[in-house]
Design a protein around this ligand. Structure first.
Ligand SMILES: O=P(O)(O)OC[C@H]1O[C@](O)(CO)[C@@H](O)[C@@H]1O
Length: 245
């Protein structure tokens, strides 16, 4: 973590194999002990008191998540998955991610499954989780995936759909024995789901309509923790609905 964070580092929250069993494609195919850690979430980080004050005034959290490479049965390691509730304006809270190291695949899905999108992102690239989309982050690579996110601290993540449906609408899996590469397998618990739209973070233009800010791929996300950056769109997504059109 020293490469990604120079400030005070609290103990991470850890998700283990046992925590993730209910969202895996094949719980019986996993040979790891249920206490095995899968990923680490360092939440609510601030480099110094000034930054802490900037973040708390805007009701924003900065987190770093570390997902070492593991395959569970045939499924690539991933986050558990959750939705965000709506703000008082009736629009879901968005979230801004940047990959710090490794390769990420974000699986984004609307609750009604009218849209399911994967976004591939490498180090330096941003992904904005749009309002109303649940999200899972997958590490299909050989290295640790390290991601940072800025998100409102005004809500609790909602896990019920992912828990009840045994994960997201698709699983990212290794091809069977003699095949090489990866496949997206539809989760059979979802009776119907839109086909996946595969995007790359580079397909999304710079997020330069973000309420007057330019967020360019490659620019360090922590630079947005500053008096001069207005992160209010994370609590008031109506300000940036144009981005999602
Ligand atoms: O809560 P989950 O689904 O395990 O996902 C963890 C991710 O969500 C976050 O809490 C932000 O939404 C991050 O800290 C972390 O990347």
């Amino acid at each position: 973590m020293d490469r990604y964070w120079k400030g005070f580092l609290p103990e991470p929250s850890v998700r283990t194999v046992g925590d993730m069993e209910c969202v895996l494609a094949d719980r019986d195919g996993v040979e790891l002990d249920s206490t095995t850690p899968l990923y680490y979430m360092y939440r609510d980080l601030a480099m110094n008191e000034t930054d802490r004050e900037v973040l708390s005034r805007q009701n924003i959290r900065y987190d770093i998540t570390v997902i070492p490479p593991v395959v569970l049965g045939r499924e690539y390691v991933k986050t558990k998955g959750h939705y965000h509730p709506d703000t008082s304006s009736g629009i879901g809270y968005p979230e801004l991610y940047q990959v710090l190291a490794g390769e990420a695949h974000f699986l984004l899905q609307r609750k009604d499954l009218s849209d399911v999108v994967t976004v591939a992102a490498s180090a330096g690239e941003y992904v904005l989780v749009p309002p109303g989309y649940g999200h899972v982050s997958i590490n299909q690579g050989k290295e640790a995936l390290v991601m940072a996110n800025l998100v409102s601290n005004q809500f609790e993540s909602e896990y019920a759909v992912y828990e009840e449906m045994h994960g997201g609408a698709y699983y990212a899996q290794k091809k069977k024995e003699n095949g090489s590469g990866n496949v997206w397998t539809q989760n059979p618990v979802y009776l119907s789901a839109s086909p996946i739209r595969a995007l790359s973070a580079r397909d999304t233009p710079e997020l330069d309509v973000m309420h007057g800010m330019t967020i360019k791929h490659g620019m360090g996300i922590y630079n947005l923790v500053s008096e001069s950056a207005d992160l209010s769109f994370l609590n008031e997504p109506e300000k940036i609905m144009g981005v999602f059109a």
